[in-house]
Structures are given as structure tokens and as C-alpha cells.
Design a protein around this ligand. Structure first.
Ligand code: PEP
Ligand code: MN
Length: 359
């Protein structure tokens, strides 16, 4: 029986970003078990950190902590492996499922090395999307494991890395996991809202969206004392916090996915994704306006340069047909953007005199 068949939907994987101590892993596991809705216990043993001086995981000494917590609670265990050695050690410790991190999926050499190490082993493997939005690379990782004889494969959508996003730590680009589902209709896809959101306030919204898009489960980082976690503190929740999120989730029947209502839902999700991007772009545009404001202040130039503005708006109006937007709408939108931009520049140029929230 595959991982996804073994449990009811949604499959819930929870546990700390990183294993920190035997007590912390056990405490998390017991609290999750008491709630009863978690199926699998996760804990990072080797942590792929962006900068070398942050906590890089406790290493193999943490494996028996995870295995023990799994045994004690009956929760199935999983950890991230990034090379053949990790895979061997995790198997030896009796970890029951392995996941491939986003920074590993991106590298076909590393994926191949792990697939080779697992040749002939019967173990579920969960594959996170690569950090960059490339569905081919993600598909390639599945193919490498399949070639090594691993058939119990699950995808984890954890978002895609971008520079300086206003809302997400990793932008969801929902169309990419949707494309993966289309290309591999039998592969379950679960969502990791923790790494998409980067902050706990976003977990519910992202989880609900994943459920509405028929994702089969969730992986949510859970820690007994999130604020003092050694990694990813801002995005972790307590087991009680996780229970609150699960209580609120609306689980719609996935049977309806083929009828019109669900098609509309899917389109709405895509529209909302586009809105997210629109607002992110607007936010970044205003940051640019502030940069211009700083230059104007340093050089003592007025904010409104009528000639420049006329050129900008005429350029957009000339293209309104191409955008399939009315000239009236283009003018209104550009005026609104312009006003907001002036507000941002004014705030930068006269920092003491303006109230930044004034419209
Ligand atoms: C993690 O799950 O803690 C992790 C490092 O995830 P990702 O590979 O998605 O960054
Ligand atoms: Mn993490």
C-alpha cells in the first residue's frame, strides 16, 4: 500500500523544522499524537542552510530520537536526505520515508546519487519542487527514482524562490504543481505551507488553497516552542496551533473536481494567484518610486514632473487595445498608481511632515 493509500485524506505530516534534542522531538510527537490527526512525524536532521554560520542540523545523532518518537507514538517517520550517505544512515536508523529537499531536487547529480543509493529499497520518497520554477526538473527527479525502482512517490509543493517578495517566503506559482498533476495524474501532491508562507499567519490561507486545489495533504512545521526554534522560527506553530488550523480547514469533496463548480474554483484560484502577483508588483513599484524620491530629495528636484508623467500615461493608453482594456480603465488605473507613487515619494522627501498611511 502506498503512503497516500495508507492514510485518510488529507495526509498530515508535522514536526519540527529541525530536530534539536531528544526531548523536543518526543514532546512534539506526543502532542501531535494526542490531537490524533497527524499521520507522519517530520524532523530535519541535516539542514541545508543558506549561510554557513546558521544551525546546520544536529546530524546523525538525531536519527534515533526521531525513530524512537515514531515508535512510541505509532507515527510514521520522515526526514530530509540530501546525499547517499544521509540516505544510508536514515535507512539504517529505521526512518520510514525520506524526503528530497528543494535545494536537492534542483541538482540532478544529487538526485541520481540518492536514487542509486536507494536502488531496490522499498521506501516511500517525497520530492519537494526545485527552488526554481521548473516543472521539468521536478519531473526529472521523479523519473530518476522510478528508474531506481522506487514506486511510492509523492510530490511536495513548497513554493519557488524569488528575490525579495512582499508576501511569501517562496511564491506558490500554483500553476506549476497543477502542471505536475496533469503530467503525472497518479502522483499525489501535498503542500508545505510553512516554506511557502515563511510566517505562521499565512499557514491557514495557503493550506485552504491547497485543499481547494485537491492537494492530497499538508506538511506543516510544528514545534513545542516555535519562537525559540533553532531554524525557521517565524513559520512554525505549536501542535495546538496546528490543531487550530486543521479545525478551520474546509475540506471539499474532491469528487466534484470534474464538474463545472470545481473548474470555476480552479480558475478562481489562478485569478487569486494573479492578484497576489499584481499586488506584489505594485508593492515593488512603490519601492522603486521611493528610490526615485530619495534621489530627488538629494538633488532638490520637485516630485511631479508633468512632462515625464504625460509620456508614461500616453504610452499605456496607446497600448490599451493590446491589453484588451478600455482607455478609461487604463487612465483610472494609471492615475491611481501615480497618486500612490507620489504619496510614497512625498513620504521619502519630507519624512517628518507626512503620515505614511494617509491616502
Ligand atoms: C524543510 O522542510 O525544513 C526544508 C529545508 O525545506 P525546503 O527543502 O522546502 O527548503
Ligand atoms: Mn524548515
Amino acid at each position: 500500500m502506498s503512503l497516500i493509500q495508507e492514510f485518510d485524506r488529507p495526509l498530515i505530516i508535522a514536526g519540527p523544522c529541525s530536530a534539536e534534542s531528544e526531548e523536543q522531538v518526543m514532546k512534539t510527537a506526543l502532542q501531535l499524537k494526542a490531537d490524533g490527526r497527524t499521520n507522519m512525524l517530520r524532523a530535519g536532521i541535516w539542514k541545508p542552510r543558506t549561510r554557513p554560520n546558521s544551525f546546520e542540523g544536529v546530524g546523525h545523532v538525531g536519527l534515533p530520537w526521531l525513530a524512537k518518537a515514531g515508535k512510541e507514538t505509532g507515527l510514521k517517520t520522515t526526514t530530509e536526505v540530501a546525499n547517499a550517505k544521509h540516505a544510508e544512515l536514515a535507512l539504517k536508523a529505521g526512518i520510514e520515508a525520506l524526503w528530497i529537499g528543494a535545494r536537492t531536487t534542483v541538482n540532478p547529480f544529487a538526485v541520481q546519487e540518492i536514487a542509486d543509493a536507494l536502488q531496490g529499497v522499498d521506501i516511500p520518497v517525497l520530492i519537494k519542487n526545485p527552488v526554481n520554477p521548473d516543472v521539468q526538473l521536478w519531473l526529472g527527479a521523479f523519473e530518476r527514482f522510478e528508474k531506481a525502482g522506487i514506486s511510492d512517490l509523492t510530490a511536495i509543493h513548497r513554493g519557488f524562490s524569488v528575490y525579495n517578495h512582499a508576501k511569501y517566503r517562496n511564491v506558490p506559482n500554483w500553476e506549476i504543481p497543477i502542471e505536475l498533476k496533469e503530467r503525472r495524474p497518479n502522483t499525489p501532491v501535498i503542500c508545505d505551507p510553512s516554506h511557502i508562507g515563511g510566517k505562521r499567519d499565512l499557514l491557514f490561507e495557503i493550506s485552504q488553497k491547497a485543499m481547494d486545489l485537491n492537494f492530497e495533504g499538508l506538511m506543516i512545521e510544528t514545534h513545542p516552542d516555535p519562537d525559540n526554534a533553532w531554524s525557521d522560527a517565524a513559520q512554525q506553530v505549536t501542535p495546538r496551533g496546528l490543531a487550530g488550523i486543521l479545525d478551520e480547514l474546509i475540506l471539499r469533496s474532491h469528487e466534484v473536481s470534474i464538474d463545472v463548480a470545481s473548474q470555476i474554483d480552479d480558475i478562481r484560484m489562478k485569478v487569486s494567484d494573479l492578484d497576489d502577483r499584481l499586488f506584489d508588483l505594485l508593492s515593488r513599484r512603490m519601492q522603486m518610486s521611493e528610490e526615485v524620491g530619495r534621489l530627488k530629495r538629494e538633488n532638490n528636484i520637485t516630485i511631479l514632473q508633468q512632462e515625464h508623467w504625460r509620456k508614461i500615461i500616453n504610452h499605456r493608453l496607446d497600448h490599451s487595445d493590446e491589453y484588451r482594456l478600455t482607455r478609461k480603465f487604463v487612465r483610472k488605473l494609471m492615475d491611481a498608481i501615480h497618486q500612490e507613487s507620489i504619496r510614497h515619494q512625498t513620504a521619502v522627501m519630507n519624512p517628518d511632515k507626512t503620515n505614511p498611511s494617509e491616502g
